[in-house]
Design a protein around this ligand. Structure first.
Ligand code: SAM
Length: 280
């Protein structure tokens, strides 16, 4: 049996790294070379190439790239997410952000718009939906809609289906599991699904944060951009945050991941209200 060539030449690595940085914004230093070669291997086998080198050499053919870019993105991005990840953000939404947003004098309606801008498999969006719906059930008078966007079509398929392995709902409080998840009738499947009432309030679509404009409303109340900026270089971080802010309503909030509070230095018009919470 022929052993597939598992290594890239320096030239091939550099051109692939430039492509990824340019299209996805993700930094590809040499330290990530082994990881990249390893992860590409499955794709190389699926396409019957002799090795990663041949894969990269063919990638720059435009027809191949158009088809291949989504696969490449799935290979290089980290999709790790959780329900109730960084739970202080959801407590902040409940106790501060939503009450403050509903008090804004220029509000024309009580419809809140939330955007999870690197939503992965949708857990951030559905956690927000649970927390806000719980507030509504408790008597707060408002409606909300949640948009989830991501560059990876694979994660968006999961987000739209809203079907998860039972293990991943461990961080969800028990009363929320009861109210917001359906259990598969086939007990052996160990799967749960978000209830249709919350699925109806969420919408998922593909969007690249590197794009020069975003097809999203300009009066979003809360934008999540968590655990993705960290992969971008400083210039890209600044551009992305600036562009996201142009979609926030005055008084709206931007939430970033716990290791991303540095974006503050990039945007003086944002007020830091907590280490990872900013207000326009
Ligand atoms: C680590 S996950 C974070 C998910 C979620 N925000 C959280 O904090 O749990 C990072 C997500 O960013 C997405 N991503 C990476 N580059 C992107 C880009 N240029 N535009 C949009 N999404 C991107 C990845 O596909 C991945 O789903």
């Amino acid at each position: 049996m022929v052993q597939a060539n598992r290594q890239l030449s320096d030239r091939q690595f550099r051109s692939l790294a430039e492509l990824i940085e340019g299209q996805v914004g993700i930094k590809m230093p040499t330290a990530k070379r082994l990881m990249l070669e390893g992860r590409l291997h499955k794709r190389v086998r699926a396409l019957n190439y002799s090795g990663v080198g041949e894969y990269v050499d063919n990638l720059f053919d435009k027809a191949v790239l158009d088809e291949e870019l989504t696969h490449l993105i799935d290979v290089v991005t980290t999709n790790k997410t959780d329900f109730f990840r960084e739970p202080q953000h959801f407590e902040f939404l409940r106790t501060v952000a939503v009450p403050e947003l509903l008090k804004l004098p220029d509000r024309k309606s009580n419809d809140l718009k939330i955007w999870s801008s690197a939503c992965s498999t949708g857990m951030e969006a559905y956690t927000t939906a649970m927390v806000l719906d719980d507030m509504v059930q408790a008597g707060r008078r408002f409606q909300f809609r949640i948009l989830g966007t991501d560059i990876s079509t694979a994660v968006l398929r999961v987000a739209t289906a809203a079907i998860y392995n039972r293990e991943v709902i461990a961080p969800v409080p028990a009363p929320f599991i009861e109210r917001y998840f359906l259990t598969s009738r086939d007990r052996a499947r160990q799967e749960v699904r978000v209830v249709p009432e919350l699925r109806r309030l969420t919408n998922f679509t593909r969007m690249n944060l590197m794009d020069s404009s975003y097809p999203v409303d300009r009066d979003v109340d809360i934008i999540f951009c968590r655990n993705v900026l960290i992969y971008f270089d400083r210039d890209t971080q600044r551009k992305v945050v600036e562009q996201l802010c142009s979609h926030l309503r005055p008084g709206g909030y931007l939430l970033v991941g716990h290791s991303e509070s540095m974006i503050h230095s990039a945007l003086p018009k944002l007020r830091q209200v907590q280490p990872t919470v900013f207000r326009l």
